[in-house]
Design a protein around this ligand. Structure first.
Ligand code: ATP
Length: 247
C-alpha cells in the first residue's frame, strides 16, 4: 500500500518484511520436499512453523540458510536475495541457526562456549555479561562443562550462543524436542527472552508452546503451507491444527 505525503511525493507505507520466502522448491536428490513454500517474517516478530514429522520444516530452515539451496523460488533477507549465496555469507548477514541437535563444545565450559560464539572484534566480556543477564540459569552453571548440563540448560546455551553471535534473526529448530514438560517451560522463557532481542522463526511441534511464543504461525503439510494466521485466539486444542499435527 502506498500513500501520499503533504508534498505530494509517493511514500511507500508498507516496508518489506525482514524475511520473504517465495514459492520455494527444495529437493534432496530427486525427492521434491518443498513444493512452493511462501512465508514472511516481519522484523521483531516470532513466527512459528508447525506441522507433523517430515513435512519439510527443517528443510525450510535449511533452505533459508542455503544449506540445502532451493532449485526454484526466492528467499530475500532485508530485500537481498539469499538464493545463490553460500551459507557463511547468509550467516554473516546476521542470520543465526539453532539446530535441533544444539551444537556446542561439550568439553568447554558454559562461559567458553559463549565466548567463542562472539564474532571477531566484538566486546566479548560485555556479550558474556549480557548473556548471563538474559539467562541467569546459565550464570549459575558458568564454569560447568557444556556436556554436563541438562538438556534444558543446553538448549538455553544454544540460544545464548545464537544471540551473542550478533544475530538479528534466529532460526530455532524444535527447541522443546526431548525435554521434560517442566524443562520446556524454562526453554520457553529463554525463547521469550531471546525474542526481546531478535526476530525468530521457530520450528516447533509442541502446539501449546508454539502458540504461546509466536505472534503468527504457518502450518506446513507435504511441503506446502496449508494454513497461516495470527496465533491470537487460536486454542492449542484447535481441532483442525491437531488433525494436521497428529501423525
Ligand atoms: N538429507 C536428506 N536426504 C534425503 N531426504 C531427507 C534429508 N533430510 C530430510 N529428508 C526428508 O525430507 C523430508 C522433510 O524433512 P524435514 O526434516 O524437513 O521435516 P520436518 O518437518 O522438519 O520433520 P522432523 O521434525 O521430522 O525433522 C522428510 O521426508 C525427510 O525424510
Amino acid at each position: 500500500m502506498s500513500s501520499r505525503s503533504d508534498t505530494g511525493t509517493a511514500v511507500d507505507a508498507a516496508t518489506d518484511p525482514l524475511l520473504t520466502v517465495e514459492d520455494v522448491h527444495t529437493y534432496y536428490g530427486e525427492s521434491h520436499i518443498l513444493e512452493g513454500v511462501s512465508l514472511a517474517v516481519e522484523e521483531g516478530e516470532t513466527v512459528a512453523l508447525i506441522g507433523r514429522n517430515g513435512v519439510g520444516k527443517t528443510t525450510t530452515l535449511r533452505s533459508v540458510l542455503q544449506l540445502t539451496p532451493p532449485r526454484r523460488g526466492s528467499i530475500r533477507y532485508r530485500g537481498e536475495e539469499l538464493v545463490g549465496l553460500r551459507t557463511h555469507e547468509v550467516a554473516s548477514r546476521g542470520v543465526g541457526w539453532i539446530p535441533e541437535e544444539r551444537r556446542m563444545f561439550a568439553e568447554l565450559t558454559v562461559t567458553e562456549n559463549i565466548r567463542i560464539a562472539v564474532p571477531k572484534g566484538g566486546d566479548v566480556e560485555a556479550a558474556i555479561d549480557r548473556a548471563f543477564e538474559t539467562f541467569p540459569a546459565l550464570d549459575e552453571r558458568s564454569s560447568a562443562k557444556a556436556g554436563a548440563l541438562s538438556g534444558g540448560q543446553q538448549q538455553m546455551l544454544a540460544i545464548a550462543r545464537g544471540l551473542v553471535g550478533d544475530n538479528e534473526f534466529l532460526l530455532v529448530d524444535e527447541p522443546s524436542e526431548g525435554l521434560a514438560p517442566q524443562i520446556v517451560a524454562d526453554v520457553a522463557d529463554a525463547i521469550a527472552a531471546a525474542a526481546e532481542e531478535a526476530t525468530i522463526l521457530l520450528v516447533e511441534q509442541n502446539l501449546p508452546l508454539a502458540m504461546d511464543l509466536a505472534d503468527r504461525f504457518y502450518l506446513l503439510d507435504n511441503g506446502q503451507v496449508v494454513k497461516e494466521g495470527s496465533t491470537e485466539g487460536v486454542s492449542p486444542d484447535d481441532e483442525e491444527l491437531r488433525r494436521y499435527l497428529s501423525a
